[in-house]
Write a protein that binds this ligand. Structure first.
Ligand code: TRP
Ligand code: ZN
Length: 466
């Protein structure tokens, strides 16, 4: 072969390879011909959130944070199973600088575009294979501003930070499959300067002083968790401990200026959980607690798994009941996509109404009537928020709770209780849709409830009669 034609052949081969890459494929000696996983899960409100082609079973987050500079150094190790022959796959990550990535121990190529981090493993991952990916990163995390103007993600506080991730903020502090449909167990290792305390979800399994004087704590969440429910709280905190339900360790933490004022209510957690267990069934997690921060950073409470976070202005009994109810409704039974958010907020709001009925002599019917009278609740049906901007609007909470109250009035208290408990049991640690709920309620009630759903769950505008 002449020099000239050899060059021609090489050029042709390169062109063919480029074509194959463009077509999304990659030929391997083993014959596997993988394609890249999808860059999003087509959530109706956040089409690029989450990623296709794999399912995460575990996150190992190793985080070192310096409150003075705001710098985070992290390594995320993901254990996942490939759902297809994978030539590449994405993780969601906002901001920060990636320093390196591996897949199954071998360096992986990576690329960033917007909030998508693409990893291209050295060897393709065959469908069904379990793999481990690590991403090492650094930088000063920046919060996200949501469509409704609220801030989420990594929020800096005086002397620390608090991370909240609903609906998308967790991508500001670790790369992951940040859609609620991919739940996983977690281990979080937090290394902080001496004198700075750190908290996360689940059980604290270790605490040690590093040779350089920094302090490391380790946190284990055995039960599946959607990434929006992951949290860390960093700063100076006073803690309280108790036991709930005979065996569930309760760890609360409050910043010193709000510690004394929040202590009594923090002490009510075991009692509230005991009553909720009677109503909703077994507590889904092996830890409980709360984190109470000074005001000024976080504008709302969040049901972060096992250990909800409250700005002190929101740390009242009603909100505590609400966030604890989310442990069943939202955290254990998690919406399959963000359009189904009323499955979280309607249920947690109804838990408030149930609590008030029992302890404050306000019948749920009174809450229902008040909600019925308010114009803001009729902007859209709870099962169909018009856009991401409306995810946390009054109809999701109040009309969502009204649906449950109408259901209760229709089927009676006994069947309604069975539906609440059975729903939490049937979809425990799983994902569910609005359709799953209506079908389940009908199966327990033993009758068609379309008339109820049509008006209260899906109907536009206010019905003539409450
Ligand atoms: N899910 C939270 C709760 O009801 C509230 C929440 C999360 C929220 N993110 C938000 C409210 C953004 C307003 C804006 O417990
Ligand atoms: Zn809520």
């Amino acid at each position: 072969m002449s020099q000239r034609s050899r060059t021609g052949t090489a050029t042709l081969a390169a062109a063919l390879l480029a074509l194959a890459v463009l077509a999304g494929g990659c030929t391997e000696a083993g014959g596997v011909r993988g394609t890249p996983g999808a860059a999003g899960l087509r959530d109706p409100f956040f089409p690029k959130l989450g990623n296709g082609g794999y399912d995460v079973s575990h996150y190992g987050l190793t985080l070192a944070y310096d409150p003075a500079s705001g710098r985070l150094d992290g390594t995320t190790e993901i254990t996942a199973r490939a759902g297809q022959d994978l030539s590449a796959f994405n993780l969601d990550l906002a901001g920060l600088t990636v320093r390196g990535a591996t897949v199954d121990g071998a360096p992986a190529a990576y690329n960033r575009a917007g909030n998508e981090l693409t990893l291209r493993p050295h060897e393709e991952i065959p469908e069904g294979a379990e793999f481990r990916a690590t991403v090492t990163y650094t930088g000063v995390p920046e919060p996200l501003t949501d469509a409704d103007g609220s801030k989420e993600g990594w929020l800096r506080t005086a002397g620390g930070a608090v991370a909240v991730g609903e609906p998308a903020g967790s991508m500001t502090w670790f790369p992951g499959n940040h859609h609620p449909s991919d739940k996983a167990s977690y281990d979080v290792t937090l290394t902080l300067p001496a004198g700075t305390d750190g908290f996360s979800n689940g059980i604290r399994t270790a605490r040690r002083t590093e040779p350089d004087g920094r302090v490391t704590t380790e946190w284990h969440s055995a039960e599946p968790m959607a990434s929006y429910l992951a949290t860390v709280a960093i700063g100076r905190y006073e803690t309280g401990t108790a036991t709930a339900l005979g065996s569930v360790p309760v760890l609360t933490a409050a910043e010193p200026p709000v510690a004394a004022g929040s202590a009594a209510l923090r002490g009510e957690i075991p009692g509230i959980l005991a009553r909720q267990v009677e109503r909703f069934g077994p507590y889904p997690f092996s830890a409980a607690g709360a984190i109470v921060t000074r005001d000024g950073t976080l504008g709302y409470a969040l049901e972060t798994q096992t250990r909800p976070v409250f700005p002190s202005a929101s740390f009242d009994r009603t909100t505590l009941v609400h966030e604890l109810a989310h442990q069943w409704f939202g955290n254990s039974v998690t919406p399959a996509d963000w359009r189904d958010i009323w499955l979280n907020e309607g249920f947690a709001t109804y838990a408030e109404w149930l609590y008030a009925e029992e302890y404050e002599h306000v019948p749920a019917r009174t809450h229902f009537a008040r909600a019925f009278a308010q114009d803001a609740n009729w902007a859209f049906p709870p099962a169909a928020p018009p856009s991401a901007e409306n995810l946390f609007d009054p109809p999701v909470y109040q009309r969502g709770a009204m649906v449950l109250h109408k259901l209760r009035e229709t089927v009676g208290d006994r069947v309604f209780d069975e539906i609440l408990r059975g729903w939490a049991a049937k979809y425990r640690h799983a994902n569910a849709t609005t359709g799953d709920f209506t079908a389940y309620a009908e199966s327990v009630a033993g009758r068609d409830l379309d008339a109820l759903w049509d008006v209260w769950l899906y109907g536009d505008g206010k019905p003539d009669r409450p």
